[in-house]
Design a protein around this ligand. Sequence first.
Ligand code: GLN
Length: 584
Amino acid sequence: MKYIVVSGGVLSGIGKGIIASSTGMIMKSMGFRVTSIKIDPYLNIDAGTMSPFEHGEVFVLDDGGEVDLDLGNYERFLDVSLNRDNNITTGKVYNTAIEKERRGLFLGKTVQVVPHITNEIQKWIERVSHMSVDGNSGEPDICVIELGGTVGDIESMPFIEALRQFQFRVGVENFCLMHVSLIPVLGVVGEQKTKPTQQSVRELRALGLSPDLIMCRSTQPLEDETKGKLALFCHVSKDNVIGVHDVSNIYKVPLLLNDQNLPALIVNRLKLTCKVDLIRGPETPYWLSAWKKMADKMDQVSNDSLKPIRIAMVGKYTGLSDSYLSVSKSLEHASMDIDRKLVVDWIACDHLELEHKSENLYEYEAAWETLRRCNGILVPGGFGDRGIEGMILAAEYARTSGKPYLGICLGMQIAVIEYARNILGWTNANSEEFTSTLAKNVVVFMPEVSKTHMGGTMRLGSRKSIFNDCTSKISQLYGIKEAGQAIDERHRHRYEVNPEFVDEIEKAGLHFVAKDETGQRMEIIELKNHDYFVGCQFHPEFKSRPQKPSPPFVGLILSCWKQELDKNFGESKLIPILKKWNLH
Ligand code: GLN
């Protein structure tokens, strides 16, 4: 097993995760099997209890692990399915060590950070790195380990020390350290400053880790002189200073690394035997040339002169796009697949509410104007009652105006409440999450999980949804050929459509297209006589990949495009794409 460890210096948020996943991706394109581990030095056991306001989206894995959003980047760039243990936190490590201590497994010793916690970390890394994540048997060849935070942070110290020991445990030829740093530019002349990087490398070396590669984030390409200076002061050769300047889209990062010979540097450093599979290679989307085509396409569809498809994202955390990172990525994958330019308009759901009109007329009108101007509406997942009525208004607007709608998790529950209120006339229809039991709860709490414990008590991870038809748009998009076929998607919810009212709602025209294995849980809704009005209880965004877009998102973008085309052009451009997605 070869390890590529990625540490960060100077600042957080400079794109360490993208550099680490891009490195994994180019090694994968050379025929290696790659896995990854993300280390988060915070004390939380996992990201499940963390607010999207503070920490961005909670990413969900097949096994139900609620993890840091960086694991989403790895899954998307490497096209793998990671496990919850691929995300290590201080909380998890201490939890394991403390449990062992209580069971007396340390045999009377004083339990200490060094060696007990550092041993625990090393064992964890070794165990997890050998697990297959690409669906094939056998072990990966390379494990990319990203250490969250910045070198020097108090909380990451045990991890740094564990990694220092680890290089000797696994052998220096199996351990390559990549340090990601920032090169700021000062003054009118725009001199690239190397001192912060020098200092962070010095700090790392003082802790016993010496970087093999220095990855420099900068706005413009690194100047030769800057590279020379970094090599001189940071104890690496000039070739091992890699520039990662700002590029037009993130898919270009692997190409940028490849252009600077990174794969060869890693192959030499880790004494890897290159195993590019020339027969299979060119067919896989991860082959660099296919990746390059995609990166170029992303530029083409972003061209200013093109008319975009505008998707209004009506949610709670719209101030921070990281809170819906996977949803944004999925929209991007889908629009790239059908060569459309995409613009996402963020609408804070509470701004749509009538109450907001008197509080802030400008915001209220701007929100409605944005909604009216968009081509399609997406209500993503969420928790708590703030802004719910605004989301219900957005769903109503989509239903009545004929604009394509996709509701994810909460967004599906919202659509059901709206339908019950406005079509069935159940004016007090609601969800048990937002109201007292006096209301007519068309969405209810699932009885078998704990109401009081916050962590890990939701319906989480990959579950089956069984289709009961093959003619609805969503079943065609998923390639369902006959009723009874199933798909696996990832879930994260506590509430669900109340089975008591399903028949009545169905009779009124809202079709429950897929259910779980028991037939009790509603998984997908679709409205008849509407171009595209779909809701899913699961989160399709977690399995969308570049070049393998997720069907519900394709359906949304495609329907928006179709509505535009009907007005402006013929349908000839559309036909092959509709065929590809089974929508004849
Ligand atoms: N709050 C809702 C539930 O728990 C929806 C969750 C979600 O959107 N992820 O069921």
